[in-house]
Design a protein around this ligand. Structure first.
Ligand code: GLU
Length: 429
């Protein structure tokens, strides 16, 4: 007899439907969650048969205590929440972060063939709720694991702001001696199409088989379970709400690709090896709270910038248009220009990024860009807006203003690339 959570085939007179059996709110209704994510109710009297297709993956699986094996590396899996730590809540039909870290091992015992795994619970939240204080907790947990002499760390994380956490960690952790790989999932683990297992296994293989060190992201590289990409921590973005291959590197190459079937690993660019790191791990984990992002838009008024000036904000990332512009050039928009000038005169720093996403800001090309430069607006170069925001907040949290201005245009953690081979070649033509 199938139980809630099991995958079943339901037969009525008219149709055969496959889905996950859900606890029904009423006795005379059989509820199924379809692959599309929708819940559908069938009157019990119309149901001729319910066949079991697959037992629920979430039922407790007895896991034999695996003794640490000497020839395998040690990997810590730190849990922070997100879909990778979620299952369908049969009360609400929604997905909520509800697992313990060791549940993942029960579901994907194969990981224990790759490494000696130890798990720890750092948080259990959706990533849109993360604050700087959570970055500090995650960084402290990484520091503890490194002191415990693990060979690598996997961080299970919600995908929405996964790339922001990887950026923050890249800035916070100096002389990181081991790989720290952030892994998420677009589909929760109780769905047949979940990407959690493949992403975790590829991350574990990458840690076990390479000498890479630093922060990176491991997510599906295609919509099928064929390979995962290892993405650079400060130049990656989530581009799709639901596809499993939602992430893309922006203005950068991938670090590597892990073939899920053959487990072959191919590097796409030079990377930092464990042997390159000589100093001791240093944690610089302060952030300035008074930093904001404003995206420019047609018919913009200076109200947002003025409010930030009034609140003594120290940093502003202005997401401008094109190669580096903002609505500041005609009489109706002079008030925006004046607002920026006021923000800067009050001691604030303004970094300009582009809504184009790909390419580089250049404030020297047009007169309009030069006018922004004249009042002290700093080019965000080829940085993503999210990256510029975290860099500015991190710099302001750890350095005096003059040093922040000196470091902003420099590449610290791969966030600024000297040459954008493809994009800039095209611009020259
Ligand atoms: N919004 C949630 C988060 O980012 C769920 C999305 C996901 O994990 O893919 O944590």
């Amino acid at each position: 007899m199938p139980h809630p959570g099991d995958k079943v085939k339901l037969l009525t007179k008219q149709e055969t439907v496959e889905g996950i059996l859900m606890p029904s709110p009423k006795k005379d209704i059989v509820m199924l969650k379809l692959a599309t994510g929708y819940n559908v109710g069938f009157p019990s009297k119309e149901v001729k048969k319910i066949e079991l297709v697959e037992k629920s993956k979430l039922l407790p699986v007895s896991l034999k205590q695996v003794k640490p094996r000497k020839n395998l590396p040690a990997i810590a899996i730190l849990h922070t929440g997100g879909t990778i730590a979620s299952k369908v809540d049969y009360q609400t039909g929604g997905v909520s972060a509800s697992f313990k870290a060791e549940d993942l091992l029960k579901m994907f015992p194969e990981i224990e063939q790759i490494a000696n795994i130890h798990t720890a619970h750092v948080a259990n939240m959706m990533s849109e709720d993360l604050r700087f204080s959570h970055y500090q907790i995650i960084a402290a947990a990484i520091e503890t694991e490194i002191a415990n002499k693990v060979d690598g760390i996997i961080i299970g994380h919600g995908t929405d702001t996964l790339a922001q956490t990887s950026t923050a960690l890249a800035f916070m952790l100096e002389n990181l001696p081991i790989p720290v790989i952030l892994v998420g999932a677009q589909r929760s683990t109780d769905r047949g199409s979940s990407d959690a297992g493949v992403n975790l296994i590829c991350a574990a293989e990458f840690i076990a088989k390479t000498d890479f060190t630093g922060v990176a992201i491991c997510m599906h590289g295609s919509s099928s379970d064929t390979f995962c990409n290892i993405y650079p921590p400060t130049k990656t973005r989530k581009f799709h709400t639901s596809r499993r291959d939602a992430f893309q590197a922006v203005n950068d190459d991938l670090i590597a690709t892990v073939d899920y079937n053959t487990r072959h690993i191919h590097f796409h660019q030079a990377y930092t090896k464990k042997s390159h790191v000589s100093g001791v791990l240093q944690l610089k984990d302060n952030f300035e709270d008074k930093v904001a992002v404003v995206r420019v838009y047609p018919n913009m008024f200076p109200v947002l910038i003025d409010a930030l000036t009034k609140e003594h904000y120290k940093g502003l990332v202005l997401e401008g248009t094109g190669i580096g512009h903002a609505p500041t050039n005609i009489a109706e928009n002079f008030s925006n220009y004046e607002a920026l000038q006021k923000f800067i005169n009050n001691g604030g720093i303004v970094v300009l990024t582009s809504q184009c996403i790909f390419g580089r800001v250049n404030l020297d090309v047009y007169a309009n860009g030069r006018r922004l430069k004249e009042i002290g607006v700093i080019s965000g170069s080829d940085m993503l807006t999210e990256t510029a925001y975290l860099k500015l907040a991190w710099l302001l949290g750890n350095y005096p203003k003059e040093k922040v201005e000196e470091l902003l245009p420099l590449n610290l953690k791969g966030e600024i690339k000297e040459r954008l081979a493809f994009t800039e070649e095209i611009l020259k033509k």
